[in-house]
Design a protein. Structure first.
Length: 406
């Protein structure tokens, strides 16, 4: 079987990493995967790239010209970029034959639902909803801590027009198979599209993202062996959606000379402090073997997001045996299961988060007791092969629908 992945970004962001890990699983099952993308931006992936990839986007000189036009005529620039990208995609699709086209995230560059009309309606097609943009008017819509409604990556100012346009596209593709990364995303998509949407969680490289002796992990990171360590993603400092303000307020409530924090993600490495909690920032870490050390060094990992489609970071932490304290929002409850993989708190409730952190700090056995169930759930539900097997079933259904209608 030959499968074509379509996304604007390759291996960048949670959606890109989730798709890349799926590609690995499919390749291990003997599926031929080719990946077309139209955004040249890349970031270190940290895992082997074994698929064939092709950039199908604006040449550099045209991209510079379009970006120049965008300052004075943004609509004209966007339309030119979209039409040019559509022609490039149609040309590449005509050159090769694929059994299934698998669409991932397409809201960072010039591909949109109009561009993808160059794919024939009868082509076996699968769409993965990594966030809400592919079927909604923005990737996320949520209420911030001040009570304001926030649209993340909005698809224009007119929400109704954007939703109507996307619903019309999927109505014209009744045989397309739809998949979401969480129950939350699936339910939201069903409410808009009135279509069945299957839930398939991301797969993880569990042979690498696996528990490491906590003492050894802390020694490697020069952390106190017997103190309490909290992990979190450093990107939250600049992204209100990720809820760093909630975590910061929680840490300010805690008075403990034995609480430390480790942070990974975008931003400079270095040291800081919130309240009495000493924080070490390790910057962006792409290699999963290094991530496993950081996750294993922590007693708990905090995911305080105000909105979240799933929460891959929480999955990775749990796979390393470290339970998660997460906000009860979006897809996080798919991952954080009270009494088994961690604890949930109401979105934005910094007081409750502080209580949970203080309780686990006072009794570290609460966290260590969840170690077996954390790893068991990861190994039974979140392997790349399980993810690939389930998608292979979706691909076959997409092809079977075609055959049934020929």
């Amino acid at each position: 079987m030959r499968v074509l992945f379509l996304s604007d970004l390759e291996t960048l962001g949670g959606a890109g990493i989730g798709a890349a890990r799926l590609a690995h699983g499919l390749l291990r099952m003997g599926v031929d995967v080719t990946w077309f993308h139209n955004n040249p931006n890349k970031a270190p992936f940290g895992e082997p790239k074994t698929w064939q990839a092709k950039f199908v986007g604006l040449p550099r000189h045209l991209e510079v010209a379009v970006n120049g036009i965008r300052r004075k005529a943004p609509r004209l620039a966007k339309e030119f970029g979209r039409r040019y990208s559509e022609r490039l995609l149609a040309r590449e699709l005509a050159r090769e034959q694929f059994d299934v086209v698998h669409v991932h995230t397409i809201h960072n560059c010039y591909w949109d639902h109009g561009s993808l009309t160059c794919i024939k309606p009868e082509t076996p097609t699968v769409w993965s909803f990594h966030d809400c943009w592919n079927f909604s008017a923005e990737s996320q819509i949520y209420e911030d801590l001040e009570g304001n409604t926030v649209r993340l990556k909005p698809d224009g100012e007119n929400r109704d027009r954007a939703v109507t346009r996307k619903r019309a596209y999927f109505d014209s593709r009744p045989r397309a198979q739809l998949v979401a990364n969480s129950q939350f995303t699936a339910n939201y998509a069903k409410s808009i599209l009135n279509r069945d949407v299957e839930v398939i969680h991301y797969g993880l490289p569990l042979e690498i993202l696996s528990p490491i002796d906590k003492g050894s992990a802390r020694k490697a990171l020069q952390l106190p062996e017997h103190d309490f360590v909290v992990g979190f993603i450093a990107d939250v400092r600049g992204d209100k959606l990720k809820g760093f303000a909630v975590l910061s307020r929680a840490l300010e409530r805690i008075r403990s000379d034995r609480m430390h924090a480790v942070a990974i993600g975008e931003g400079d490495a270095g040291a800081s402090q919130i309240g009495t909690t000493k924080i070490r920032f390790y910057g962006r870490v792409a290699n999963p073997a290094l991530l496993a050390i950081l996750y294993s060094a922590a007693d708990v990992f905090v995911v305080p997001s105000l909105a979240e489609s799933l929460g891959m970071v929480g999955m990775e932490s749990i796979a390393c045996g470290t339970p998660v304290i997460g906000s009860e929002v979006g897809g996080i409850p798919d991952v954080v299961r009270p009494g088994r993989t961690g604890w949930l708190f109401k979105k934005g409730d910094s007081a409750r988060l502080a209580e949970l952190l203080q309780a686990v700090c006072n009794d570290p056995g609460l966290a260590s007791a969840l170690f077996p169930s954390c790893r068991q759930i990861a190994c039974s539900e979140w392997t790349t092969l399980r993810q690939a097997e389930r998608y292979l079933g979706v691909y076959k259904r997409a092809g079977a629908q075609l055959n049934a209608n020929v």
